[in-house]
Write a protein that binds this ligand. Structure first.
Ligand code: MLT
Length: 313
């Protein structure tokens, strides 16, 4: 009966506009990716998808809102592994269980990060950057999007491997943080390439290193952080679509299929590839694959963050 009811619901689905919760500020990387994907999914579903930027507290406010929403497919969540995996190590108590309160729909893509500084920081490469930060720990400030954010993970692993302690400036997302970095209001951040490429290319901020084991085609002259001085440094961020627990399986299947169609669209692919997004293969695209990726990310990052010595809030 339950599954018959679910199938009937799926046939009429979506019967009204869908809210896509993004747990970070508008204009940042999660928001940008969500909007590209939402627009194409909305065309395919024949219903509007409204992005709700429920930002704050490192994304935990928005994820909690999604976890409590009616499980009828009309509220979905677009977020990243920071809010679902990394922050388990960083909060004494989270307002949700990412594996129990949400169901995976499908991965959106995986993003490299870039260590960027304000234009006026007096360093020209990673060695000078590391020396400068070490020598100026009392005054250097790095920006991030709250505890457990992707930019927090990128920054805390960097700072821990450089053996420095610097002041952390939290924002509701790296969209607003980037504006302040361009304005020279803090010194550096580690952010997803999707957010910072344009400002690097316009010369408004400096790129010091990339977080992947290989250089990015978009920034061929920027070394990897690993090659430039911190062997072993590697952080990439996956983003994915989730639904509240209890969302009928038939609706999850439909959303997964439409997400797959959106990501297969030529214009969407080109836009995302230009933004350095690593798109999923067919095998990586199922709800089950996203569930397995979440589990693997918890197993990888919770001990790594604990080992970096960051105390939970
Ligand atoms: C993060 O650091 O978690 C992201 O950049 C958040 C965002 O989308 O602003």
């Amino acid at each position: 009966l339950i599954s018959l009811a679910g199938t009937a619901q799926a046939q009429n689905y979506p019967s009204k506009p869908i809210t896509m919760i993004v747990p970070f500020a508008a204009g940042g990387p999660t928001d940008a990716l969500a909007r590209v994907i939402a627009q194409k999914m909305s065309e395919k579903l024949g219903q509007q998808i409204v992005v709700d930027n429920a930002a704050g507290a490192g994304g935990t406010i928005g994820v909690a809102k999604a976890a409590r929403a009616a499980p009828d497919g009309h509220t979905v969540l677009f977020t990243h592994m920071g809010t679902l995996a990394v922050n388990i190590a960083l909060y004494k108590s989270l307002p949700y269980d990412s594996q129990k309160d949400l169901v995976p729909v499908g991965i959106g893509g995986t993003n490299p990060m870039v260590l960027v500084t304000k234009k006026t920081l007096p360093v020209k490469d990673f060695k000078e950057f590391a020396a400068y930060v070490k020598a100026n720990q009392k005054k250097v400030q790095y920006g991030m999007a709250g505890i457990g954010a992707a930019s927090h993970l990128g920054g805390l692993m960097l700072n821990s491997m450089m053996k420095v302690e610097v002041l952390e400036i939290p924002y509701k997302g790296t969209g607003p943080a980037l504006n302040d970095l361009v304005a020279g209001q803090f010194d550096y951040m580690v952010d997803q390439a999707v957010n910072v490429l344009a400002q690097i290319q316009s010369g408004n901020i400096k790129a010091i290193g990339v977080s992947t084991k290989k250089r990015l085609p978009q920034l061929p002259d920027v070394p990897t952080i690993d090659e430039a001085g911190l062997p072993g440094y590697e952080v990439t961020i996956w983003n994915g679509l989730f639904a509240p627990k209890g969302t009928p399986e038939a609706i999850v299947t439909k959303l997964n299929a439409v997400l797959g169609e959106a990501l297969a669209d030529e214009a969407v692919r080109k836009r995302l590839i230009d933004l350095a997004v690593d798109l999923p293969t067919k095998e990586e695209s199922s709800p089950q694959a996203l569930g397995a990726l979440l589990k693997a990310s918890i197993e990888k990052w919770v001990p790594a963050v604990k080992a970096a010595g960051v105390q939970p809030e």
